[in-house]
Design a protein around this ligand. Structure first.
Ligand code: ADP
Length: 481
C-alpha cells in the first residue's frame, strides 16, 4: 500500500478559512478509502487543540533545535490519521491561523510555517525517528512549499506533489527573514526560492516538486501566462509538462440538500419544489420581504477584489432593480463590507448582508437562493459554484479558472441539449454581469425551463471519486519514475 503524507495549513472541520480546508478535509479520506495509507499533517493551532478530545502522543522531536511534539487524532467525520504539530508558535496563538484580529499577518508567519515544513521534510525523509515514512509527500499552497525544497537536501527523499490552490498568496518574506530562517544559501537564487528580491515559499513547491497540480484545467493554463501567473508564468510554463489541472471535488455528505441538517426543508431532484421552503425561511430569518415573485440571489465568500466585488458594487442598484432580492454572507475588506452594509440598510426588504463566517448560514443560503453569484476576477477552482449546482441554485459566474470548467451557460443550444447548468459571462465588466443576471431573471419566470436547468445542475457529479483517481494516477506515475 502506498504511504502518503498530506500536508496543509488547514483542514475542515478542524480549522477552515477557505477552500483549501475543504480539500484537505475531504481528499485524504477518499484516498484512504481507495487504499492509501494516509497521514494528514496540520499545525496544532490553539483552536484545534481546544476543539478535540485529548490527542495521543506520537513523538517528541527536536527539529533544528526546536522541541516539539507530534500528536495524533482523527479528522472528525473520517478515518484519516491526523498528525498535529504542537509547538507554542501554533498552539499558543488564538484566533485566525494567518493573521491578527486587524487582518495583519502574524509577524512570525515565516518561522511558523517553516517549522511545519521542516517537520514535514523530516518525516518525509525518515529523519523524524518515526516508524512510518511516506512514498509520496503532497504539499499544498505556500505554507508548505519549502518542505519539498528541503527534501532535496537529502539523498533519501520521497516523490513529491505540490498543489496550487491559489497563486495569489506566495508566502513572500524579505531577505532578513530568509537569513533568520537559516536556510541553505543556495536557496537564495531565482532558480530556487528567490523571487524579485524576496523569498517566496511557494517557489519551494513550484521549483522542486516532481509534479505540480492545480485545482482546475483552465487555471493550469491561465497560470502559465500573464496576468494569471502573477509573475510566476515563466517558471510554470517551463514546468508545463509537470503541471496538471485536477478539479476539486466536494464533500458530498457535508453538501447534500437531501440530508443537510442546517436546512428547514431537505430536498432532492425528486422534490426540488420543496426548496422554496428554504427561501421563505431565509427571508424571514434575515428580515427580507417575503416575496415569491422574484429570484433570490445569494453570495457567500470572502469579500475581496478577487471575488468580483468591483463588478457588483457599481451596479448594485441595477441588480436589485432586475428585480431580485440579494443575500450576502462574507467577511473581507472593510471598504466592501461598509458599502454592502450601507446598501442593505437602504434596501431592507430587498437586501441582507451578514458580515460573519457562518457555516450554517452558508448552507441555508445555498438552499434558499435561486441564483448564486460568483463573478470572480480569477478563480482557481471555486467550491461554492459546485455546492450551488448540487443545491439546484443556478450559478452565475465569470468564465475564468474552475468556474469556466464547471458551469455551462444557458443558451438556446445548451437548453435544448440539456447541458445548461447556470449563467456565464466573459469579460470582467459590470455591464456584462448585469446582462447575465437579466438573462437569469428572464429564465426564472419560465418556471418549467428553470426547473429543467436545476435538474441538469443537480445531476452533475463533482464528488471526489474521479478527481481522487487522478491524484492516485499521478502518485503512481511519480513513484514509478
Ligand atoms: P476561496 O478558497 O477562494 O475562499 P472557495 O469557493 O474555493 O473560495 O471556497 C470557499 C469556502 O469557504 C466555501 O466552502 C465557502 O462556503 C466558505 N466560506 C467563505 N466565506 C464564508 C463565510 N463568510 N461563511 C461561511 N462559509 C464561508
Amino acid at each position: 500500500m502506498d504511504r502518503l503524507l498530506f500536508v496543509a495549513s488547514e483542514a475542515y472541520p478542524l480549522i477552515k478559512t477557505g477552500g483549501l480546508a475543504d480539500v484537505a478535509g475531504s481528499l485524504p479520506e477518499v484516498l484512504r478509502q481507495k487504499g492509501m495509507d494516509v497521514r494528514l499533517l496540520l499545525p496544532a493551532y490553539q483552536h484545534v487543540l481546544e476543539s478535540i478530545d485529548p490527542p495521543a502522543l506520537v513523538a517528541d522531536m527536536e527539529v533544528d533545535g526546536d522541541a516539539l511534539r507530534i500528536l495524533s487524532t482523527r479528522l472528525p467525520g473520517t478515518k484519516v490519521d491526523t498528525w498535529l504539530l504542537e509547538h507554542p508558535l501554533f498552539s499558543q496563538r488564538p484566533g485566525n491561523p494567518y493573521h491578527d484580529s486587524h487582518g495583519a499577518p502574524w509577524p512570525d508567519n515565516a518561522d511558523r510555517y517553516m517549522l511545519l515544513c521542516r517537520v514535514a521534510a523530516a518525516i518525509a525523509t525518515g529523519e523524524a525517528g518515526l516508524d512510518w515514512r511516506p512514498d509520496v509527500l503532497h504539499c499544498n499552497d505556500w505554507h508548505t512549499g519549502p518542505a519539498i525544497a528541503l527534501t532535496h537536501l537529502r539523498e533519501q527523499r520521497p516523490r513529491t506533489v505540490f498543489t496550487i490552490h491559489s497563486l495569489a498568496h506566495m508566502g513572500l518574506f524579505d531577505r532578513a527573514t530568509f537569513e533568520r530562517l537559516r536556510l541553505p544559501q543556495h536557496f537564495w537564487s531565482d532558480s530556487a526560492l528567490e523571487f524579485y528580491g524576496q523569498c517566496s515559499f511557494i517557489k519551494g513547491g513550484l521549483v522542486y516538486a516532481d509534479y505540480i497540480t492545480t485545482v482546475s484545467p483552465t487555471y493550469a493554463t491561465e497560470i502559465c501566462e500573464s496576468p494569471g501567473g502573477m509573475g510566476l508564468e515563466g517558471l510554470l510554463s517551463q514546468r508545463r509538462d509537470r503541471l496538471v489541472g485536477i478539479l476539486n471535488g466536494i464533500d458530498s455528505q457535508v453538501w447534500n440538500p437531501a440530508s443537510d441538517p442546517y436546512l428547514v426543508q431537505t430536498y432532492s431532484q425528486e422534490s426540488v419544489a420543496d426548496k422554496a421552503r428554504n427561501k421563505a425561511a431565509l427571508q424571514a430569518d434575515l428580515g427580507l420581504a417575503s416575496l415569491d415573485d422574484r429570484p433570490l440571489v445569494g453570495l457567500v465568500g470572502r469579500l475581496v477584489e478577487q471575488k468580483g466585488l468591483e463588478l457588483i458594487l457599481p451596479v448594485l442598484a441595477d441588480i436589485l432593480a432586475c428585480p431580485v432580492q440579494l443575500v450576502i454572507l462574507g467577511t473581507g475588506e472593510p471598504r466592501y463590507e461598509q458599502q454592502l452594509k450601507a446598501a442593505a440598510t437602504v434596501n431592507p426588504d430587498a437586501m441582507a448582508v451578514v458580515l460573519a463566517y457562518d457555516e450554517s448560514l452558508a448552507h441555508r443560503i445555498e438552499a434558499a437562493a435561486d441564483v448564486f453569484l460568483m463573478p470572480s476576477l480569477f478563480e482557481p477552482c471555486g467550491l461554492n459554484q459546485l455546492y450551488s449546482l448540487r443545491y439546484g441554485t443556478l450559478p452565475l459566474v465569470r468564465s475564468v479558472g474552475g468556474l469556466a470548467d464547471t458551469v455551462v451557460d444557458s443558451n438556446p443550444h445548451t437548453l435544448a441539449d440539456g447541458s445548461a447548468t447556470g449563467f456565464v459571462f466573459q469579460r470582467p465588466d459590470a455591464a456584462e454581469l448585469l446582462a447575465a443576471l437579466r438573462r437569469a431573471c428572464a429564465l426564472w419566470y419560465e418556471q418549467s425551463v428553470w426547473r429543467q436547468v436545476q435538474l441538469n445542475a443537480m445531476s452533475q457529479d463533482f464528488s471526489w471519486q474521479q478527481s481522487a483517481n487522478r491524484y492516485l494516477q499521478l502518485y503512481n506515475t511519480a513513484t514509478d519514475s
